[in-house]
Design a protein around this ligand. Structure first.
Ligand code: NDP
Length: 340
């Protein structure tokens, strides 16, 4: 019986997660029963939503139980199949979680064609983060040619795609990211019109300078100080897809905004649209997403950057880093080789 490893939630974090909130366990690789497949994890996707799964506060999805395997999307290989829908060697998109091996009855598995793009993109630009950018921007943000689109976490998996799709649609794209290296990359490699450092004490003034005609679409990934700099610059009828609030994921208490009254007055008088969304709300758009994004990626109109750590055991530190900007691109863990 071959050995396997898994990472479980050892305790619910209070504030920022710590290494001790996770526990790595050794176990035997499971044996597939009738109708099941045995999966070997190649790529493990780390995503900010996992912070929410570590908490038992009410949310749109159930938390991971203490002692349970951390949830995640993976790119996995079918090692043994007792399911007529899958053959040994198939590469599949799965939700196998933070572990080297998993069983599946085949439900929810999607085959990945390695000839279309590198298989890791199935959890990145051609997967959930890419779909989040595509649907949130196009279905809620609705950028028009000549408009100004602002997105924070602009070097990351979602933000980098948001700005590039905005450019494809003829809009100006202004990014906000942590530090000069990320900002330079966002402009030079992803083709944004400008990118500003959110740690710059003059962020609000610099953003105003970069957006002389105001902001028509603000794709909200962050909240906090970035939102406070953006909000006064929103134009009448601006749209704000509220995708993520990573600046607040480690908050231990809800703080009433000091300027809620002024904010509501602006929402009213400028007729602003704020809409929160979860990518699964737009499941019906998956076909359009795959059609458009795979062409844009193939034609080089939409670039992506991956940030890889090695080995399942690297996942806790990589995840802790993701929440504070240690990643530079889509955060992935290489759990095993593409082929064994
Ligand atoms: P990223 O690859 O962008 O990584 C997260 C980034 O957030 C970090 O690299 C860091 O970048 C930035 N960040 C962290 N803290 C702060 C802060 N206080 N202020 C400003 N920036 C900060 O992650 P994703 O692209 O996967 O996710 C981006 C957002 O989209 C998240 O909020 C996530 O929860 C959300 N999301 C929502 C989905 C939905 O269905 N609604 C689905 C997928 C993602 P930097 O160094 O630039 O600060």
């Amino acid at each position: 019986m071959s050995q396997a490893q898994r990472i479980v939630l050892a305790s619910r974090p209070v504030g920022e997660p710590k290494a001790s909130d996770f526990r790595i366990e050794e176990c035997a690789a499971p044996t597939p029963g009738e109708g099941q497949v045995l999966l070997r994890t190649i790529w493990l996707s780390l995503d900010p939503y996992m912070r929410g799964r570590m908490s038992d506060a009410a949310s749109y999805a159930a938390p991971v139980p203490v002692g349970g395997v951390m949830e995640a999307g993976t790119v996995s290989e079918v090692m043994t199949s007792n399911n007529p829908g899958f053959a040994k060697g198939d590469i599949v998109l799965s939700r196998a979680g933070w572990q080297t091996h998993a069983l599946s009855d085949g439900k929810g598995l999607a085959k990945i064609d390695p000839n279309i793009a590198p298989i890791s993109t199935a959890v990145g630009v051609l997967g959930m983060p890419g779909m989040t950018a595509y649907t949130g921007l196009l279905d809620i943000g609705k950028p028009q040619a000549g408009e100004t689109v602002v997105v924070a976490a602009a070097s990351g998996a979602v933000g980098s795609a948001v700005g590039q799709i905005a450019k494809i649609k003829g809009a100006r794209a202004i990014g906000i990211a942590g530090g000069k290296d990320k900002c330079d990359y966002v402009v030079k490699e992803f083709g944004f019109d400008a990118c500003l450092d959110h740690r710059d004490p003059d962020l609000a003034a610099k953003l105003k300078e970069a957006c002389p005609k105001g902001i028509d679409v603000y794709f909200e990934n962050v909240g906090g100080a970035v939102f406070e700099a953006v909000f006064p610059l929103l134009n009448a009828f601006a749209r704000v897809p509220v995708c993520g609030l990573i600046a607040h994921y480690n908050d231990t208490q809800a703080v009433a905004p000091k300027w809620a009254g002024a904010m509501m007055r602006n929402i009213l008088t400028k007729r602003l649209t704020f809409r929160g969304f979860i990518v699964s709300d737009f499941a019906a758009r998956h076909g359009d997403f795959v059609r458009d994004m795979s062409v844009w990626v193939r034609e080089g109109k939409l670039k992506y950057k991956e940030f890889v750590t090695e080995g399942l055991e690297s996942a806790p530190e990589a995840f802790i880093g993701l929440l504070k900007g240690a990643n530079f691109g889509k955060q992935l863990v290489r759990v095993g080789p593409d082929k064994v």
